[in-house]
Design a protein around this ligand. Structure first.
Ligand SMILES: [Zn+2]
Length: 307
């Protein structure tokens, strides 16, 4: 499905919900034809001619943003330099997920591959897991791509993943914020290099850019005239702060890290499986790291307490 922002600027949406394994793409059909992300599914890309895309920019190296790479046969592909090793090395790719912490967090070895518990729809050409992607170059914060009529700027927005980028078309006030997605459940920061403090800075950077139109990877398009974009971004961050507050409340009595992690009290997943439990624990870990850095809590002899 295409949401036309104007005849040259199109949001490509998957046929169903833009949830994993799908995500929205933004296409700028200019002198240079540019596409952001490759996860909208084969049915969505049927409506344009994917082979005429010259430049494909990847917001970050998560499966739901890169799985349709094979549709763009003639495109140069650019992504963050920080995540570049993960596009060519399966072990580095797996390390980004934090699986080396699995046993420590889950008390048992990882039994099932994520790909084996999630069946793919027929217009997603590959299964979750590592897929070699040859990059033609890297994205840099503030870099401007002159496409002809439009210019697009890379905006480094880390936190969700360590090399997460958004993209800004200043002439139109259109911001593609990728996985700063305004999910009503709040942000996700369950990867090894996810960072809640960086995420807060990134969301604040978007608020400062004050976009007229916000395109996220997983929701509908937001328009400043109709939607309170800044308010929604603040509410989105507030969800993360609610989780921190729950951890703070739990620390009314000192706790071991294991006790803090295993209560799963901050989980927002409706369907629970071993992966959602793992990601929840990773996110609790990220809050503990952040609260430690900000001297809210201390840890002595393996016991966490309020500072
Ligand atoms: Zn992501």
């Amino acid at each position: 499905m295409i949401v036309e922002l104007n005849p040259r600027l199109k949001v490509l949406r998957p046929q169903g919900k833009a949830m994993f394994p799908y995500s929205n793409s933004l296409c700028i059909d200019d002198d240079i034809c540019l596409m952001i992300d490759a996860g909208a599914g084969g049915r969505a890309y049927q409506d344009i001619q994917p082979e005429k895309v010259d430049l494909l920019l990847l917001s970050h190296n998560h499966f739901d943003h890169v799985n349709g790479i094979s549709f763009f046969k003639n495109a140069r592909i650019l992504a963050s330099e920080m995540e570049a090793p993960g596009y060519i090395d399966p072990d580095i790719y797996a390390s980004y997920a934090g699986y080396e912490l699995w046993e420590e967090l889950m008390d048992s070895p990882r039994q099932t591959r994520f790909g084996s518990i999630s069946a793919m729809p027929e217009d997603v050409p590959v299964s979750p897991g590592f897929h070699h992607i040859e990059l033609s170059g890297h994205l840099h914060d503030g870099e401007i791509f002159d496409l002809g009529k439009y210019k697009l700027q890379s905006v480094f927005l880390p936190g969700h993943s360590h090399g997460h980028f958004g993209f800004f078309i200043e002439q139109k006030g259109i911001l593609f914020s990728a996985d700063i997605d305004l999910s009503p459940y709040g942000p996700w920061y369950g990867g090894l290099f996810s960072d809640i403090d960086q995420l807060v800075d990134s969301v604040n950077r978007i608020i400062e850019l004050d976009p007229a139109i916000l395109v996220t990877s997983h929701r509908r398009v937001f328009y400043k005239g109709e939607d309170d974009i800044a308010g929604s971004l603040k509410a989105y961050l507030a969800k993360a702060m609610e989780r921190e507050q729950l951890i703070w409340e739990a620390l009314q009595t000192p706790q071991t890290r294991s006790e803090l992690l295993k209560r799963d009290y901050i989980s927002h997943y409706r369907q629970q499986n071993e992966y959602t439990v793992f990601w929840t624990r990773m996110m609790i870990l990220k809050h503990i790291e952040s609260m430690n850095r900000r001297n809210m809590i201390t840890c002595e002899g393996g016991i966490y307490r309020r500072a």
